[in-house]
Design a protein around this ligand. Structure first.
Ligand code: GDP
Ligand code: IMO
Ligand code: MG
Length: 424
């Protein structure tokens, strides 16, 4: 059965978790391949809400394997807390069902300290507005080749040695650059050890597991986190996260081949949101922006911050199509647009006296573009009970058709409410 990759096409929070949960019914395994607990993926089943940060969004479906790939950065404490909460709901979170790649990088307490320290020294304009979860510093250590990998939890001496080595450098920065107390290696080791011991039974070879499932004819669902424009290479650098969020990384980040990625689904929020700093050309500072924020319940699922809101940006989507090659689009939160008289779609940017169709590549170039809009008529009807294309008001269908035309990709799914059932 064809594997599926789900990715965010904007700046995150497009509704990936909801769509992954829905698709998980047909999957044998769901795998996270990048990011960490900076993600907040919301699932709503029969009115009951569940927010996942690290565990793949297929976990609510009994019997589906949940895999954490090598491309993820995993905070062991968060992993333990999350599985404990899921166990309280009666879900199976045993090592028979969940697996963490031995190659997964581990977020250590000092990564979170460094993350906050770095942000606190930046001026408001330069703050990235990170989630403070230690994501950037952990990926830095990975690239610096001094990271702690999940397999190191099997060897306490090695773990203690690596913590000591990492702190030699970090303590210089903490003390002399940030004016903070240095961290004690033994204390860090003691803090992490209980979680490390709990994690060991979950360690495995995720790459081989995926291959085994596929050989038996099972489908693997790759769950992206964040969004394309938060990608470390292709996003609005430096206002990005520290991993590749594009679909190609589903292969690298799980130990699969690009040929294992069959269907690719772009999750597209029917408007645009962003949380944290960075340019956002179609951002609205008026009552329409407030309407989207309030009607869409746009608060961060991880940090609770108010999300910035704006019109749908086709320059952003066009770039996402180019970088990710979606076979279909899933449009979410269409219901939130009900009640607006007119809807705007940004079709291009005016930049340095030219109209451009793709984001400028200069650092922070997006901060200097002027969006070019076309206007479409809105609709008044409540569409949250719609079950098919024909149930949608004409203007809602026209809006979706225009998105198809402008992206050249078919709309495969429409989501009209947070519940698993509110999708067709
Ligand atoms: P993710 O990070 O991409 O998984 O998205 P989040 O969970 O952070 O944010 C999406 C929010 O929108 C969550 O609160 C979802 O429950 C909610 N949501 C998803 N799809 C829809 C939809 O079609 N309509 C409405 N009204 N809410 C939705
Ligand atoms: P999901 O998977 C929205 C943003 C942060 C910040 C920047 C860098 O729920 O869509 P980081 O902590 O990663 O170093 O922060 O990226 N960010 C997200 N924004 N949704 C997310 O994940 C995000 N994960 C990180 O707000 O601007
Ligand atoms: Mg989210």
């Amino acid at each position: 059965m064809a594997n599926i990759v789900v990715f965010g096409s904007q700046w995150g929070d497009e509704g990936k978790g909801k769509i992954v949960d829905m698709l998980a019914e047909k999957a044998s395994a769901i795998v996270r391949f990048q990011g960490g607990n900076n993600a907040g993926h919301t699932l709503v089943v029969d009115g009951e809400k569940c927010i996942l940060h690290l565990i793949p969004s297929g976990v609510l479906h009994p019997g589906k394997k949940c895999l954490i790939g090598n491309g993820v950065v995993l905070d062991p404490k968060v992993f333990c807390e999350e599985i404990d909460k899921l166990a309280e709901r009666g879900l199976d979170v045993s090592p028979g069902r969940m697996m963490i790649s031995k190659k997964t990088q581990v977020i250590m307490p000092y990564h979170c300290v460094m993350d906050s320290a770095r942000e606190s020294t930046k001026s408001d304009k330069k703050k990235i507005g990170t989630t403070g979860r230690g994501i950037g510093p952990c990926y830095e250590d990975k690239m610096h080749r001094c990271g702690i990998r999940a397999a190191d939890f099997q060897n306490k001496d090695l773990l203690r040695e690596k913590i000591g080595k990492a702190l030699e450098e970090k303590n210089v920065l903490l003390k002399h650059l940030y004016g903070m107390e240095p961290l004690d290696a033994d204390a860090v080791f003691d803090e992490v050890l209980p979680y490390a011991e709990r994690l060991v039974p979950y360690l495995g070879d995720v790459s081989t597991e995926i291959q085994k499932i596929n050989r038996k004819g099972g489908m693997v669902l790759f769950e992206g986190a964040q969004g394309t424009h938060l990608d470390i290479d292709h996003g609005t650098y430096p206002f990005v996260t520290s991993s590749n969020t594009v679909t190609a990384n589903a292969a690298t980040g799980s130990g699969s081949s690009p040929r294992d990625l069959d269907r690719i689904i772009a999750i597209v929020k029917a408007y645009t949101t962003r949380v944290g700093g960075g340019p956002f050309p179609t951002e609205l500072f008026d009552e329409v922006g407030n309407y989207l924020q309030e009607n869409g319940g746009e608060f961060g699922a991880t940090t609770g911050r108010r999300r910035r809101c704006g019109w749908l940006d086709l320059v952003v989507l066009r770039e996402s199509v180019r970088l990710n090659g979606p076979t279909e689009l899933a449009i979410t939160k269409l219901d939130v647009l009900s009640g607006l008289k007119e809807l705007k779609i940004c079709t291009g940017y005016k930049y340095q006296d030219q109209i451009i169709e793709y984001p400028p590549q200069e650092q922070n170039g997006m901060a200097y573009v002027e969006p070019v809009y076309e206007t479409l008529p809105g609709w008044d009807e409540d569409i949250t009970a719609a079950k098919s294309w024909d149930d949608l008001p004409l203007n809602a269908r026209k809006y979706l058709e225009r998105i198809q035309e402008l992206t050249g990709v078919t709309v495969g799914f429409v989501s009209v409410g947070p519940d698993r059932e509110q999708t067709f």
